[in-house]
Design a protein around this ligand. Structure first.
Ligand SMILES: CC(C)(COP(=O)(O)OP(=O)(O)OC[C@H]1O[C@@H](n2cnc3c(N)ncnc32)[C@H](O)[C@@H]1OP(=O)(O)O)[C@@H](O)C(=O)NCCC(=O)NCCS
Length: 158
């Protein structure tokens, strides 16, 4: 698998597949126009995983000053458990470090065991809770944050 996986910046050509992926994964999916609005937006870093030329998944974040917020990460079911989300998230983390970010943060449904395991594997730590953050079904969000050390930030900016 690994030799055919490519992580590339999100482009217009990916948007139909990504909107379909959103509909498949989430109760309140990002629409194609929402995704399109992230193209060429300052501070937005959206990456797509292509496997054998097909869209396998994507991840995106928005950065403001030295803060980066992950909007989404999703992988089509048939491509899961092959390290694709890990590769996508590592790409976002590298991009955040390169910008000199202080941290990367995100929200996740507390029942979303695969995503929680992914974030913990990447070194994110539970940092708080937003009560009733999600709808359909109603659920709390857990905030997970990865803080960069001063050394990380210095190296990232070199
Ligand atoms: C969460 C999601 C993105 C993971 O994608 P993936 O490509 O399958 O993840 P990876 O193969 O990179 O897994 C990396 C690590 O995450 C954890 N993980 C991923 N899926 C898991 C699962 N079903 N059960 C337990 N741990 C899991 C494991 O630690 C895994 O490492 P390992 O395979 O060496 O054990 C995918 O399940 C998905 O698209 N879910 C629906 C969308 C979603 O919930 N996104 C998160 C929104 S906050």
């Amino acid at each position: 698998m690994a030799e055919k996986l490519k992580i590339v910046p999100m482009e217009e050509r990916h948007l139909d597949d990504l909107a379909a992926l959103e509909r498949l994964c989430f109760a309140e999916p990002w629409t194609r126009p929402c995704l399109a609005a992230e193209l060429n937006k300052p501070g937005a870093v959206f990456a797509v995983a292509e496997l054998d030329g097909k869209v396998a998944g994507y991840a995106g974040m928005n950065c403001v000053l030295d803060e980066c917020y992950v909007d989404d990460v999703a992988v089509f079911p048939q491509y899961r458990r092959q390290g694709i989300a890990l590769a996508l998230m590592n790409g976002l983390i590298r991009a955040a470090r390169a910008r000199g970010a202080a941290f990367v943060t995100l929200e996740v449904r507390e029942s979303n065991a695969p995503a929680v395991a992914l974030y913990e594997k990447l070194g994110f730590q539970a940092a708080g809770r937003r009560r009733g953050f999600y709808r359909c079904p109603d659920e709390d969000a857990v905030i997970y944050t990865l803080y960069f050390s001063a050394k990380d930030r210095l190296e990232g900016s070199l």
